[in-house]
Design a protein around this ligand. Structure first.
Ligand code: PEP
Length: 338
């Protein structure tokens, strides 16, 4: 991968459990022009940007991944809490309810918060049991051959693309590559990359998750794993404009063991460096890289202060409206740190 094969590397013994090498010293000067401006002591030229410490050029981003949790009642309560929360303006906020509650959430949640799906199919709908499509055709069996052919033709017109279905029910985003789908369901880099490309082609924005397992970190393979997973996206997507990268170390997801701000920052900087070398300086500069893994109302502020942490993907704590609001509002730490 780019990081391990690049010449002129600096060794970082203090992070020897994480990796054997660190990004080149030139990274910040080319991949993060905004930070350079800040470091150089002059004010931001783009007056439209109010989050002055952002390493990328977008807004702070906070996503809530509700996973396979909730009932109609608990989701009503969560939505009510979010609707009444005081939320900072300078943040893109997205929640990802279970598919079956998306409609309920969409119709009751304030427009200020966008909806994400937790998954989307790799291409057009069809004979893919359990995947999401728009509407079921009503017909009676038994069917003769002619009727079957007619229905097949009808289906061709009814079937919509997986991602289109999500747009249809009000989703703007989809989470792809989440570790639970990689390691429990068994999705591989190529499959995830193709899903991302398809979702983007259907105008869904993608929260692209990557992250190493504990044994991989302990073996010093964190960067290799993250870069390999990034490559899985890069091999298929043609534009990164509508992608947010979520670095989520698997050992931190749902475990209560949050990465330290330094640990997270180090990987985020390496991801940005990989983007610069493998995609472009512009993409490295503009792509938001968010952190996920046991983010809570009590640790988000310290994480937010780090230069390359552009927001969060939150699991457990996103099920509690007031705590999620606290995480969203940790953008203020970002502003103070600027
Ligand atoms: C996640 O599911 O993306 C996640 C980060 O979960 P948690 O915040 O519970 O660790």
């Amino acid at each position: 991968m780019a990081m391990t094969s690049a010449p002129g590397k600096l060794t970082c013994p203090q992070f020897s459990g994480l990796r054997r090498t660190c990004p080149s010293a030139s990274t910040a000067s080319t991949a993060r022009p905004f930070l350079l401006r800040r470091a150089g002591g002059y004010s931001a030229g783009r007056s439209s940007r109010t989050v002055v410490a952002m390493a990328g050029s977008g807004k702070f981003f906070v996503g809530g991944n509700w996973k396979c949790n909730g009932t109609k009642d608990s989701i009503s309560k969560l939505v009510a809490d979010l609707n009444s929360a005081a939320l900072e303006n300078d943040v893109d906020i997205v929640v990802a309810p279970p598919f079956i509650y998306i409609d309920q959430v969409k119709s009751s949640l304030v427009d200020r918060i966008d909806i994400s799906a937790q998954n989307s199919w790799i291409g057009k709908g069809g004979a893919f049991t359990g995947e999401i499509r728009n509407r079921a055709p009503a017909y009676q069996t038994p069917l003769d051959g002619l009727r079957q052919r007619q229905i097949k033709d009808q289906l061709k017109t009814w079937l919509v693309h997986g991602a289109e279905q999500l747009i249809d029910i009000g989703c703007k985003w989809v989470i792809l590559g989440h570790s639970e789908r990689r390691h429990i369901i068994g999705e591989d880099d190529q499959f995830i990359g193709k899903k991302a490309a398809y979702a983007l082609s259907q105008n869904l924005k993608v929260i692209a998750c990557i992250g190493e397992k504990l044994d991989e970190r302990e073996a010093g393979k964190t960067f290799d794993v993250c870069f390999q997973q990034l490559k899985g996206f890069a091999d298929y997507v043609t534009s990164w404009e509508n992608i947010v990268i979520a670095y989520e170390p698997v050992w931190a997801i749902g475990t209560g063991k949050v990465a330290s701000p330094e640990q997270a920052q180090e990987v985020h900087a390496a991801i940005r460096d990989w983007l610069k070398k493998s995609v472009s300086t512009e993409v490295a500069s503009e792509t938001r890289i968010i952190y996920g893994g046991s983010v809570s109302g009590s640790n988000s502020a310290d994480l937010a202060k780090k230069e390359d942490i552009d927001g969060f993907l939150v699991g457990g704590a996103s099920l509690k409206g007031p705590e999620f609001a606290t995480i969203v509002n940790s953008v203020t730490e970002k502003k103070v740190a600027a």
